[in-house]
Every structure is written in C-alpha cells, then in structure tokens.
Design a protein around this ligand. Structure first.
Ligand SMILES: *[C@@H]1O[C@H](CO)[C@@H](O)[C@H](O)[C@H]1NC(C)=O
Ligand SMILES: *[C@@H]1O[C@H](CO)[C@@H](O)[C@H](O)[C@H]1NC(C)=O
Ligand SMILES: *[C@@H]1O[C@H](CO)[C@@H](O)[C@H](O)[C@H]1NC(C)=O
Ligand SMILES: *[C@@H]1O[C@H](CO)[C@@H](O)[C@H](O)[C@H]1NC(C)=O
Ligand SMILES: *[C@@H]1O[C@H](CO)[C@@H](O)[C@H](O)[C@H]1NC(C)=O
Ligand SMILES: *[C@@H]1O[C@H](CO)[C@@H](O)[C@H](O)[C@H]1NC(C)=O
Ligand SMILES: *[C@@H]1O[C@H](CO)[C@@H](O)[C@H](O)[C@H]1NC(C)=O
Ligand SMILES: *[C@@H]1O[C@H](CO)[C@@H](O)[C@H](O)[C@H]1NC(C)=O
Ligand SMILES: *[C@@H]1O[C@H](CO)[C@@H](O)[C@H](O)[C@H]1NC(C)=O
Length: 267
C-alpha cells in the first residue's frame, strides 16, 4: 500500500515531468492492490472507500461499491464538496468512519457549503427508502410545521418564519401527544427530520434548531442482501448499470456476476 507521503513525493516527481499525471494521482488515495477494480479517493478531507464509491470518476456503467452509496465529489469553484444522495435529496458528507461504520450527513440546503441562513427552512424529510441505513447515535426527531393558523401548546413557534396570520413551529416528536390532530391548524406543510441531540434543553429547541440542522445526523450502514454472498466469499460488491447486474469484484482482479472462491476475511 502506498502511504500519502510516498504518493505525494511520487506526484511531485511526476509534476516536474508530466503535470497531467500529477492531477490524476493527487486525486487518488491508496488503492487496495488486492482489488484493482476498487478505488479509494479523497474528497476535501473525506475518505471515499468501499462500500462508498466516487460517482464522477468511476466508469459510468460499472462500479465497485454498494448501490446508492455513490458520492459526488463536485467542485463549487472554491473547494471539493462531497455529496451523497438519499432518495432525490442531496446531503453534504461531513465525515465517514469505516470502523465503526457510520457516515455523518447534513441536509445540503442547510449545510456549511451554502451561505448560512439565520432562519433555515427544511424542505424535505430524510428518505432512507430501502437503503441499508439506520440512524445512529443520540438523536432527536424534529417535526416542523409551516404556515399554520396557530401553534399547539407543545410546539415552539419559529418567530423568523411566522407573521401575525401565519405561524411556523418546531417540536420534538416525543413532545407530541399520541393521535394529535393537526387539521384545525391548517398548516401548508409538515417536514420531519432527524438531527444529533445538541440541544441544551427541550425548551431551547427554537433558538437552537439552526445549529442542530447544520450539525446534521449520522447513519450506520449494513449490507444489502444481494451483497452477502459476494462479501462472504471474500469479494467486494459492485453493480453494472448497463446490464443491471450485481457484480462481485474478487481478490486478484477477477470480476463475476456470482461470487468469488475465497472465504470472507474482515479487513
Ligand atoms: C488509484 O486508482 C486511480 C484510478 O484508476 C488511479 O488513477 C491512481 O493512480 C491509483 N492510485 C494509486 C496510489 O495506486
Ligand atoms: C483514509 O484511508 C486511508 C486508507 O484506508 C487511511 O490510512 C487513513 O487513515 C484514512 N484517513 C481518514 C481521515 O480517515
Ligand atoms: C454532481 O454534482 C454536480 C453539482 O451539484 C452536478 O452538476 C452533477 O450532475 C453531479 N454528478 C452526478 C454524477 O450526479
Ligand atoms: C471524523 O470522525 C473522526 C472519528 O470520530 C474524528 O476523529 C474526526 O475529527 C472527524 N473529522 C471531521 C472533519 O469532523
Ligand atoms: C427518530 O425516528 C427514527 C426513524 O423513524 C427512529 O428510528 C428513531 O428511533 C427516532 N429517534 C428518537 C430519538 O425517537
Ligand atoms: C408561507 O406561505 C407563503 C405564501 O404561500 C410563502 O411565500 C412562504 O414561504 C410560506 N412560509 C413558509 C415558512 O413556508
Ligand atoms: C399565509 O399563508 C397562506 C397560505 O399559504 C398564503 O396564501 C398567505 O399569503 C400567507 N399570508 C402571509 C401574510 O404570509
Ligand atoms: C381531525 O379533526 C377533523 C375536524 O377538526 C376531522 O374532520 C378529522 O376526521 C380528524 N382526523 C382524525 C385523523 O381524527
Ligand atoms: C473459481 O474457481 C474456478 C475453478 O478453479 C474457476 O474456473 C473460476 O474462474 C473461479 N472464479 C473466480 C471468480 O475466481
């Protein structure tokens, strides 16, 4: 395995000769020589490694990694911005830990890469769909209601999103009585989201929710069912979007639609 220093000094040597090579090799982190079809990258300060994969650099039809785990390393003109997708929504990738397995995400609309909004307005729920993700860590489910005719007693009015006729509010889902009927409040829209519990108290929800939204939430991940056979045989899962087939990248470089010949070794 190449370490960063060697790969950097190699890059530096190449820079003098071939500026183009420098550009390519600095984008890459150490690749696992056992899996020549599986690449690791660095995007901003995030490690993108299996089961995540970099969307904009893999061959467009085939990748080594889990379905839906693609990370778009886009550039906003100033810096690289790692973006993950859940459903149709974009999330800024704050951090990834491979052991234990978790990914820290921030709703892109309220993330540090967009101009800060003193009064952020969430636009969508977190849609995990059938992805193998679970919320991880100490979190709070925040329920937002916008443009209502009033604020129920257990909710906290968001003053900067309210006016004398239309009220917006936030509350922790735990504060809401069972079977509460929102009909009489005639809200325009309701959004449910999950954040790290960074609140000093439940009464501080209203002044502190913008900060909580910017810190985001963590998900841990498990394996997809299609993937188990491949990984248990020592391989890494992938997908070919052309043939719509699940792929298995085996140690040594073979790629199969089945599984490898080895047994699972935890790396
Ligand atoms: C890692 O893989 C990428 C993509 O093919 C390649 O450009 C790069 O040279 C590799 N890096 C190392 C350190 O092997
Ligand atoms: C990134 O991945 C490399 C190789 O797996 C590892 O050595 C390094 O510590 C990781 N860096 C971070 C910040 O996680
Ligand atoms: C990556 O993000 C950029 C900026 O949002 C977008 O233009 C591009 O289409 C995205 N790429 C992929 C593969 O989704
Ligand atoms: C990412 O998480 C690791 C492990 O918890 C931590 O040491 C590191 O500081 C975090 N990086 C960022 C940018 O938050
Ligand atoms: C928040 O909602 C998620 C998904 O419905 C659930 O798994 C989690 O346990 C809830 N968290 C709390 C603190 O209630
Ligand atoms: C409330 O409704 C008005 C008019 O439709 C809209 O402009 C405004 O953005 C809404 N406010 C919120 C917080 O959704
Ligand atoms: C209040 O909300 C209603 C319904 O969305 C909208 O038609 C109206 O313009 C809003 N009024 C104000 C003052 O925001
Ligand atoms: C909520 O209350 C309204 C009338 O205020 C009623 O028409 C509606 O059926 C109620 N919904 C539920 C789920 O109880
Ligand atoms: C598994 O072993 C068989 C027999 O040696 C060989 O034909 C096949 O190509 C191997 N498959 C993989 C994915 O390595």
């Amino acid at each position: 395995m190449f370490d960063l220093f060697h790969s950097l000094s190699l890059s530096l040597a190449l820079l003098l000769l071939f500026p183009f090579f420098f550009f390519i090799s600095i984008a890459a982190q150490s690749n696992d020589t056992n899996f020549p079809g599986c690449f690791s990258y660095r995007c901003a300060n995030i490690n993108i490694s299996y089961p995540f994969w970099r969307m904009d650099s893999e061959t467009p039809t085939q990748y080594c990694g889990y379905e839906g785990f693609g990370i778009n390393c886009s550039n906003n003109g100033e810096e690289d911005v790692p973006i993950a997708y859940l459903g149709d929504d974009s999330y800024y990738v704050h951090n990834i830990s491979y052991d234990p397995k978790w990914i820290a995400l921030v709703d892109y609309d309220v993330s540090p890469v967009v101009p800060p909004d003193v009064c952020p307005r969430v636009r969508h729920n977190i849609d995990l769909g059938d992805m193998p993700f679970n919320f991880w860590g100490q979190n709070v489910n925040l329920s937002f209601h916008f443009n209502c005719t009033g604020v129920p007693y257990f909710a906290h009015e968001i003053k900067c999103l309210s006016n004398p006729t239309n009220k917006s509010c936030v509350h922790s889902l735990n504060e809401e009585p069972a079977n509460f009927n929102w009909t009489e409040y005639s809200c325009d829209e309701a959004v449910l989201t999950t954040v790290f519990d960074v609140f000093s108290s439940i009464n501080a929800l209203e002044p502190e929710f913008p900060r909580a939204l910017r810190q985001g939430f963590e998900l841990n991940w498990g394996r997809t069912e299609d993937c188990e056979k491949c990984e248990d045989s020592g391989g890494r899962c992938g997908y070919n979007s052309n043939t719509r087939e699940h792929m298995c990248f085996c140690s040594g470089g073979k790629t199969t639609t089945g599984h490898c010949n080895g047994t699972f070794v935890k790396t």
